[in-house]
Design a protein around this ligand. Sequence first.
Ligand code: SPV
Ligand code: MG
Length: 431
Amino acid sequence: MKKVYTCFCTDVIHEGHLNIIKEAKKLGDVYVGVLSDAAMIKFNRFPTIGFEERVALVKNVDGVKEVLIQDEVMYDKIVDKLHPDYIIHGDNWKVGPMKAVRDNAERLINAYGGKIVDVPYTYNENVKRVDAQLKEKLSMPEYRRKRLKQLLAISPIVKTIEVHSGLTGLIAEKTIVEHNGELNQFDAMWVSSLCDSTAKGKPDIELVDMTSRFRTIDDVMEVTTKPIIFDGDTGGLTEHFVYTVRSLERMGVSAIIIEDKTGLKKNSLFGTEVEQTQDSIEHFCEKISAGKKVQLTDDFMIIARIESLILERGMDDALTRAHAYVEAGADGIMIHSRKKEPTEILEFCDKFRKNNKKTPIVVVPSSFNCITEAELSEHGVNIVIYANQLTRSAFPAMEKTAKDILKFHRAKEVDSRLMPIKDIISLIEEL
Ligand code: SPV
Ligand code: MG
């Protein structure tokens, strides 16, 4: 019998999958690969059921001879192992980022005379409904909230991008690229105080109040499913912070990061150019503990941000604080720097990891932007936040458009740089 291979990346078997199995059976014995969690999040969406459940689901489908684990998006390992005569897939992989996967499979199977079979993709009302239900399930607070911890368990580094509106949320949610034979997308979203304030034309000094910040979260949540890390600035008064924790947790936010500053907070990237006061270790620890005490689930994370390097208080101070904050209950440590080179950040990570192997480390490489995710991960970093790049790319583009319209007294000259209206409309889903 010929071997026919297909890979499923789904939590629900619907008629589209059954049709592929039916077509595959006409060609030979059917082998189905189940994509691992780590591969699935690069390529598709976060799974709503566990890996074992997904395997059981496929095993139960009539006509499946064997279920295999595919732990990479690309087919190299699986083709090497199984040597299928056919690889069969819905023809939706002929376009978009998935085309890279098809090209990879085709190259591998053609090398020994095997064949790719594209089955017309089933996209009817039923399939559409299943798809929408899965998406909705992912966006519900109880699913979304725990996702950051789940990601930390399966992903070497959680890639997080700043969002401050529904539109930027859509970019974080939907952007997926193929590069050098790999697919990638962001894992999580950062509701930055800097960008949330900037979008409102306000300074980043805790002036935009919590009610307004929550409105931003709400706008983002309406159109996305990915987990949210909230920039909580200093956390405010401990007596207020506990309420913030409760509200964020209820909304389905995964984590808050609070920084160990007190009084009038200014943006860290000003460093020592402006007056900024660091909180005492004791007081900040009390704030962390108070927050941990009021949260109701195990899902929510309180991450302590250390400003010692920003305020030039030295590495020892940063490390002492990190260990004290973990002792007080912090679920993670964010270490910040505004140096061009990542040296002090990496030194901190290496030294912190000597005594603490597990507590997640978060970094924001805005200034030290030459370092790659892989290098950060090698030094024990678990979450990387691209904290302001969307805002900084949008602003100059908008300003140039405004200037050119003023210059030419019409919009023709700017049009070739603009996204077609049709494309911008198609970003937004209609229910
Ligand atoms: C933010 O994005 O608001 C941050 C990160 O707090 S930074 O601007 O680098 O301080
Ligand atoms: Mg901030």
